[in-house]
Design a protein around this ligand. Sequence first.
Ligand code: PXG
Ligand code: PLP
Length: 454
Amino acid sequence: MASQTQPPAAAPASIDFASMDGVDLDHFWMPFTNNRFFKQNPRLFVAASDMHYTTADGRQVLDATAGLWCVNAGHGRAAITDAVTRAAQTLDFAPTFQLGHPLAFRLASDVARIMPAGMDRVFFTNSGSESADTALKMALAYHHARGDHTRFRLIGRQRGYHGTNFGGLSVGGIGGNRRRFVSQVWGVDHLSHTHGQAVRFCRGMQPGNGALAEELEELVALHGPETIAAVIVEPVAGSTGVLVPPQGYLQALRDITRKHGILLIFDEVITGFGRLGKATAAEYFGVTPDIITTAKGLTNGTVPMGAVIASREVHDTVVNGSPEGIEFYHGYTYSGHPVAAAAGLATLGLYREEGLFENAAALAAHWEAAAHALADCPHVIDVRNLGLVAGIELAPRDGTVGARAMEAFHRAFDAGLLIRVTGDIIALSPPLMISAAQIDTIFGMLREILNDLA
Ligand code: PXG
Ligand code: PLP
């Protein structure tokens, strides 16, 4: 009956932020969640600091996933929370449609500074999903501004994840996310994912496989280059289980797209901001796309924000090639929100001052060795890694894909370790402030969990 009658609302000033007292689980329809299971078996965090969460029952949980791949500088960093507080007190909100405020411009400059050469025009969004849709629309606007009116096709990849809005969903390659939503963007096609003939237990990059990128030539031949606007890929696919590209693959995509006048978009929502030990995967792989999408690590997850970084060429074509007036009919109420921009400025400052990208790079070899040491554990059928990312694939239980990994997830949580699972793959991506000792703790705990798992 409690769900029928609304409880009296608490006065916000009286809320104890770290308390579950009086919390009703009924009203919040949770995203990507088995709501019925969760509400019977709630697992809740009430606080976080550096590498650890505190659970509602007062336990410490070591964060091996940087929240959801976003808390790259570690939790509760005072430099960021202080900046957020001061920004909210100074300028709670200001429009960026035909108006502006200093923080959005400052952050755009700071982002541009760490992007590949020539990529220095920054459009703000509120999430990775919005970044993906913004990038796709930017590509269409670019061709339109050039008078290339027939380029409308968008090419994604199987097992790609570009968020859940209609554009990103359409170029995305996860059947379960797409099938129920029939009205998708028209004219989309997909490349094969890069995990087809992947070498199992491969350390770092997969061996070269030019044929995979050559598939793009086949799509170009099929559809005609004059119909293709853009190709969007994650440099390393994250959500579908850490799929590391073959040597030379991204450069081959770059060469083929350039040859045919197609824009190349790297979705760096996960790989951006130090995950591979560099500011971007573009820098890590030495391949410069035309557009980069980011979110997550931009603000350390503290305030929602994303950014789409366009090359000077893409920006100038759209802005200078449009009639007088608004050049790009696109934007969000909260594009460049002052509180989010303050979080971004403080976050990028922390990355610089603490050398967090360099820390990730320095620990990558230790991380790789610790991950691959699990190769002899029961159920493990593959281990893959790059930078501070690892995927540990388990054999599925008969007939119940995902059940074994989900049990590992619950056991890990109860033992004090936060991991991510997708299907039967465990995906790990700790805050970049992690130490070698904490890496050993993560993989030591995982070994015990896997040894105990049926
Ligand atoms: N692109 C990529 C490459 C992503 O990884 C998005 C776009 C969408 O971002 P938003 O902010 O709209 O969620 C993502 C998000 C997981 C997991 O468990 C991954 C994401 C989000 C939630 C969970 O792997 N990636
Ligand atoms: N729906 C309505 C009715 C709106 O007025 C707006 C923005 O003004 C939106 C959706 C889009 O919201 P946002 O700009 O936060 O994405």
